[in-house]
Ligand binder design. Sequence first.
Ligand code: A2P
Length: 337
Amino acid sequence: MKKKSAYNVAIMGATGAVGEEMLKILEERKFPVAELRLLASARSVGRKYSFKGKTYTVAELKEDSFDGIDIVLASAGGSISKKFAPFAVKAGAVVIDNTSAFRMDAKVPLVIPEINPQDIQKHQGIIANPNCSTIIMLVPVFAIHRKNRVKKAIISTYQAASGAGAKAMKELENQARDILGGKPAKKEIFPHQIAFNLFSHNSSVQASGYNEEEVKMTKETHKILHDDKIKVTATCVRVPVYRAHSESIYLELTRKPDVSDIRKIISRSAGLKLVDDRQNNYFPMPIEASGKDDVLVGRLRTDASDPHGLWLFVAGDQIRKGAALNAVQIAEILCQK
Ligand code: A2P
């Protein structure tokens, strides 16, 4: 992308949980925005947002919404991205897409800036943001992998309602209130009661027995690392947490890990914060990862049965590093070149 003093930016899905966070992050990180276009469905037309002291009004997303736009930050769902991203690219914009629509497309780079920023420049109009669980897992795992190659990763996720969008967060809140008030819980977004419960991730289950979220974690890791040999297998679970995903991660490493070395690696790596206080039983928690940019990493320990095995527990804000922040970081790199 040609270097400019400021860029015309559109947010597709500006009223969603991720879209609203994108707006905040653009302002916080002082992204050089010239014109800002907030796009959502017809339902949201006229909604107002403040950005750098000015008020912006939401417009309806249409095929001709992208005239003069340099960068589109897209987070309105896969089918909307599939339909509208080609119009944005045709109008000359680069789309940074938060949905799964283009992630596995060979022509589309899939990028975590701490891992494969060099892939950004290979784009042909669309750059994909990985799935939130992949990002939150891979930032710490890659920091270790660079020093001590990971042969296999086994992951269990504890995924917040935020991963299913603003309406799902509201559903968790409403169900909790209703249940405590002695009323039955209403289900609209999730297939099962989310308050005071947990369930296997609400994406479709494939013939292999893995659900889509679990398959994404494997395939996306291979694409981001350009390495199909690393073995990745996940169990993804939705938990009644408002915001921020947690993950228990087991790594089989090439060399025997030393926990004090791993602590140093985590402490020195961009995007990570070590939270590993055994004495006080204080480790990563989603409530403390919420609203933060860093992925919290702790519970570091070698496996009791295999000296090449390492366990860690991580928590990261799904809306920020898992989505909006990662997308804005990609935009920042795109604009530096
Ligand atoms: P709207 O609020 O007008 O429905 P979330 O993932 O948090 O639920 O957010 C989804 C985002 O995608 C919202 O901004 C939503 O806008 C937007 N969106 C959903 N459907 C459409 C559509 N058909 N056209 C444009 N934007 C859409």
